[in-house]
Write a protein of this length. Structure first.
Lengths: 169, 610
């Protein structure tokens, strides 16, 4: 199994957290993982892009047009980072606007759950439910449990479950 | 062997603990900050007894590590590339004098740059100092090279640099963990004035010894670059690479089906480049491509006829080498079809800005409002973002703002008494780092300006590391607290007041008062300490009142708040042509209420405070 994934969002949306979960999930499945992320100045609300490569890669970055899937925590990043995903790749977008992609209004779902911090986990659950990611729900649950701190573990898992239920029918 | 996902910086921290290092000193700076933090964590986990410190700046960190290693103990220092500029004085001389216990100098470069004021190549600096340098290509290799660097350092009694780049520091991958080496050495400093004091008479000899160490090193078989040999398809042709650029090149060659078709060398130690390798390359090949970041270090040492790289402009000589760029370089070099050049779309990315509720924003707003014609030198940290709304005019290097402020004053004051007010802003950590000598100098030389120390009691930009005033050291234990007001007073400053910038009216009044002091007969540097906790600090929100913000119909859409206050929680609604509050991000600090010229922003105190 090999997969190249980009995660695109804004500083503060939890792009790095999703990156860590995906990397951990890869490890749970016994795969080599490599990720890349941005820190420092770029994190203060600016545009953030992370790369995740699962299964036997050597370098941390993904070339344009070669990602198998892209997770977009904000729709307005599609014009900026849309071209990383290959033609037949998946795009999973947090938005209420339909388009040529899988979409779910994860922000609204998170608000209903009482914490906007869950937006990323809901989107992640939704992506797993639609079989766009290399791993199944069980590996992801393990990874979330491992990467979360004690205080947020239950809530994070609940966010993920909510996303799973939102599978496109 | 246990495998764990680690960031490059964590892997380096782990490597330091595993190598039995006894002291690590650092000053925070992206992309190096997490090295020290993870060293603390791994030392605890492995019950390794180490002294780990956030030093006040990189020069100090370097010298602390140097003293430690003179006693025979393994020591390390970590910093970002511009940190080495600050530490360059001890760095240069340490090559001549050498070390006893291994000294590993970790310098994280930032091609791009993502979070730095230059994209200088520290390998060039190592070459300048005549210090060997490792160039890791991924987190696992970075960890392994820490151990190799210590061994080399001890064998040749020379400091050794490990130079990761942002894409190694902030990449994560699965890394094997080993137990720490048992190195129990007692401190044993052997006095040797000819070496450790080394007055000029000793230096030519030390220089000769240094050169002979480098000569020996350049002949070591262990650092002869490894090769993925070609099958002759590309005759007399080779590619040489190091660092993360090697990893990209490897993957791209694999994708193009060319791995094993062309000789492809990996350099672990770019300086000193193995001399037998240099000779082989220059005799066996006619077409040589060097791909490295960010300066032509390997390329310049080859100095051969047909080397293609940054000097020949076959490789772009600025900016990060992304895999997309490398693919096109490889295609050109190997005479393959160039893929239709992908149009780089000029899309406006969202620029970073200060967090909602950031106390710096309030201070900047007040400064600009009070002195519309002022000159605003500033410095390095989150607060550089004050440039977004016209409250930061210069940013150069750590601590420069105070001396630049003095320079501005001297320039204008020489032309007449009607000089513009100069308001210098500096963060608390930056003040400790390099502001103190600058302040003493400005006071002594009779400069007149307002210095606002933005004291949010943390090193915010790099992830909230403590300062000497916060009172906690890197491992969380209390240190002997050092207070900024006492330092300011001791610098000879005669006007010093403290104010919470959230109280805009009081802060503005204080600015006027400070300006009056500066211009008075006995005036000089006036210092205002703008004190309010960084809102990323969990204590901050507990300590301050929270308001429910609203925009009333009185809003005329004049955008004064957007342009002069620039809070991400103030959003312009294109349909109503009015400003609205983004309740998802607003922390209810209540400051913007005082910014609206129409009094259209209201702050209401919720009845039940959470």
């Amino acid at each position: 199994m090999k997969q190249q994934i980009i995660i695109s969002g804004l500083g503060g949306q939890g792009v790095l957290f999703v990156t860590r979960i995906l990397a951990q999930a890869g490890m749970e499945m016994g795969l080599d993982v490599l990720t890349s992320e941005t820190h420092g100045m770029a994190m203060r609300g600016g545009t953030v892009l992370a790369h995740v490569k699962v299964g036997g890669f050597k370098s941390p970055l993904i070339r344009k047009g070669s990602a198998d899937m892209g997770l977009y925590l904000v729709r307005s990043n599609i014009p900026i980072h849309g071209d990383f995903v290959k033609k037949d790749g998946y795009r999973v977008v947090n938005t209420d606007q339909s388009g040529e992609y899988f979409f779910v209004d994860a922000t609204n779902q998170a608000r209903e759950m009482g914490s906007l911090l869950l937006t990323n986990l809901i989107l992640l659950g939704y992506a797993v439910a639609n079989k766009t990611l290399f791993c199944n729900a069980e590996a992801m649950r393990k990874a979330i449990a491992k990467v979360s701190n004690d205080k947020n573990r239950e809530l994070n898992l609940a966010g993920f479950e909510r996303g799973l239920e939102l599978k496109n029918s | 062997m246990e495998q764990r996902i680690m960031m490059g910086n964590e892997a380096i921290g782990r490597g330091l603990v595993e190598a039995g290092c006894s002291l690590v000193a650092s000053y925070p700076g992206t992309p190096a900050s997490e090295i020290l933090e993870s060293t603390v964590d791994f030392a605890k986990e492995c019950s390794a007894s180490m002294h780990i410190e956030w030093s006040i700046n990189e020069k100090v960190a370097y010298e602390v590590a140097l003293g430690n290693c003179y006693t025979g103990k393994r020591s390390a220092v970590a910093m970002k590339q511009v940190g080495l500029n600050v530490a360059s004085d001890p760095f240069m001389r340490s090559a001549y004098l050498g070390v006893i216990g291994g000294l590993v100098v970790i310098v994280a470069d930032d091609p791009g740059p993502f979070s730095s004021q230059t994209e200088q190549d520290s390998r060039s600096f190592a070459q300048f100092a005549r210090i060997p340098v490792f160039d890791p290509s991924d987190p696992a290799e970075a960890k392994e090279m820490v151990g190799r660097a210590f061994e080399l350092s001890e064998e040749y009694e020379i400091p050794v640099m490990l130079r990761p780049t942002t894409r190694v520091c902030h990449a994560r991958r699965n890394v094997s963990c080993l137990p720490p080496q048992e190195i129990s050495r007692k401190a044993a400093f052997k006095k040797n004035p000819g070496r450790w004091v080394a007055t000029p008479q000793f230096l030519t000899n030390l220089h000769r010894e240094l050169n002979s160490k480098i000569d020996k090193l350049s002949g070591l078989e262990a650092f002869y670059p490894s090769v993925v040999a070609g099958d002759g398809t590309f005759n007399k042709c080779c590619i040489i690479s190091s660092g993360v650029a090697y990893a990209y090149t490897y993957e791209i060659l694999e994708d193009l089906g060319l791995l094993g078709k062309v000789d492809f060398y990996k350099v672990d130690l770019p300086y000193p480049l193995n001399r037998n390798f240099i000779q082989k390359i220059n005799t066996d090949y006619e077409n040589i491509l060097v791909i490295e970041e960010t300066y032509p270090v390997i390329e310049a040492q080859l100095a051969g006829r047909s080397v293609r790289g940054r000097i020949s402009k076959d490789v772009r000589d600025y900016g990060e080498l992304t895999p997309d760029i490398i693919e096109n370089i490889l295609r050109k070099f190997l005479n393959l079809a160039i893929t239709a050049a992908q149009e780089t779309k000029q899309v406006k990315e969202v620029r970073p800005s200060l967090c909602p509720g950031c106390p710096h924003r309030a201070a900047f707003y007040a400064i600009r409002k009070t002195f519309p014609k002022g000159i605003f030198p500033s410095d390095i940290g989150c607060y550089t973002l004050g440039m977004n709304f016209g409250a930061v005019d210069t940013c150069h290097c750590m601590g420069a703002c105070i001396s630049q402020g003095a320079g501005f004053y001297h320039a204008y004051a020489a032309d007449g008494p009607d000089y513009p007010t100069v308001v210098v802003t500096i963060g608390d950590s930056t003040f400790f780092h390099a502001g103190i000598p600058a302040l003493v100098n400005a006071v002594f030389t009779k400069a007149r300006f307002i210095l606002v120390i933005l004291d949010n009691s943390t090193t915010a930009m790099t992830g909230n590391q403590p300062t000497p005033q916060v009172g906690f050291m890197a491992d969380g234990t209390p240190g002997n607290t050092v207070y900024i007001p006492e330092l300011v007073k001791a610098s000879g400053v005669r006007f010093m007041k403290e104010c919470d910038p959230y109280d805009l009216e009081a802060f503005k009044k204080l600015l006027v008062e400070a300006d009056r002091f500066c211009r008075s007969d006995e005036g000089g540097v006036a210092v205002i300490i703008a004190k309010h906790l960084c809102i990323m600090d969990k204590q901050a929100k507990k300590q301050q009142s929270t308001y429910r913000m609203n925009v009333t119909d009185e809003c005329t859409g004049c955008k004064v708040c957007l342009e002069r206050f620039e809070c991400p929680s103030l959003v312009f609604d294109e349909t109503t042509e009015k400003v609205m509050i983004d309740i998802n991000t607003c922390i209810g600090c209540g400051v913007c209420k005082f910014v609206c010229p129409m009094d259209a922003i209201t702050a209401e105190k919720p009845e039940v405070a959470k």
